[in-house]
Design a protein around this ligand. Sequence first.
Ligand code: SF4
Length: 343
Amino acid sequence: MNTARLLQWYDQNARDLPWRVSPADIRLGKKPDPYRVWLSEIMLQQTTVGVVKNYYIRFLQYWPNVHKLAAAPLEEVLKLWAGLGYYARATNLHACANVVSTQFDGIFPTDNLSLQQLPGIGPYTGAAISAICFDQKVAVVDGNVERVSARLTALQIPPREVKKEICKFIQNHVPTRAGDFAQAIMDLGATVCTPGIPQCGICPLKSGCAGFASGNPATFPIRAKKKKRPHRYGHAFVVQRRGEQVFLQKRGSKGLLAKMSEVPNSSWDEKQSKVIFPTSGNWTAAGTVVHIFTHFRLELEVWYLMDCDGMPDHVGWWVAPQSLEGEALPSLFKKVIAKVISF
Ligand code: SF4
């Protein structure tokens, strides 16, 4: 891989991202802020730059540094995170902020291994922070980098099966500008060597690319056979008081969507169970919601009770429809409520 040419390309084509220090500013001596890079990297796991930008900007408005985030109640963090998915990340984010604030005086460790001791920071995020913020010579391999590597080497195996080898391949090419290199190859994957048809004509790595030389670079990476996603089924209950406020409750502190808000719902099973309503009343069927989690597909039958006096056997709270957006509601339960109420 011609890293000099890649860095030259990055100098002229780096994406303008709110958490990034441009290569021009790096040359002027400006340093990336580890708090911002960490926040963006946690948010970017499993999602895209386009989705993350607004969340990132709002988080920074509320909590401009790690001490402020650590001092915030977890409920507030979960509320601002609602809609980003993978909610354990938000809980870990808050826990990590606490550790950095109280045990490290607000200063993130610089090396990958120390970073990985912190809650929610795995090998990828540790590598990304240490390379981008501290120019540590470590391989930073995300989905974009895997694809670019697979094409550069015309890899005949699905990248997920040879992660270590890809890491080694990247590691062998990390130059002195380790942070810019990590971001350059990610940018190349996001803008030139894209998942569909790569734009090899404008690629700085074309001359050494085995995928390009093959004449059919889009056939790489070789895809792994997809496992069939299991299906689960359940019921969800939208309860309104006086045709207005909606009843919400908090999920348990462990497991999927832990500590987030929800409407009452049944267990999620391999077969649909008989409906057991959470309170008596004149229930109406409101249709079905399908939601795809990473490991299973969930189908919920939605039930609606418009005029409820109270939910005596449930601990929760009532929320006006116009305030639902401010609740820590995962997308699944937003979809469930939207079956009945516009908000
Ligand atoms: Fe990707 Fe084409 Fe560049 Fe190779 S030459 S890295 S396939 S864009």
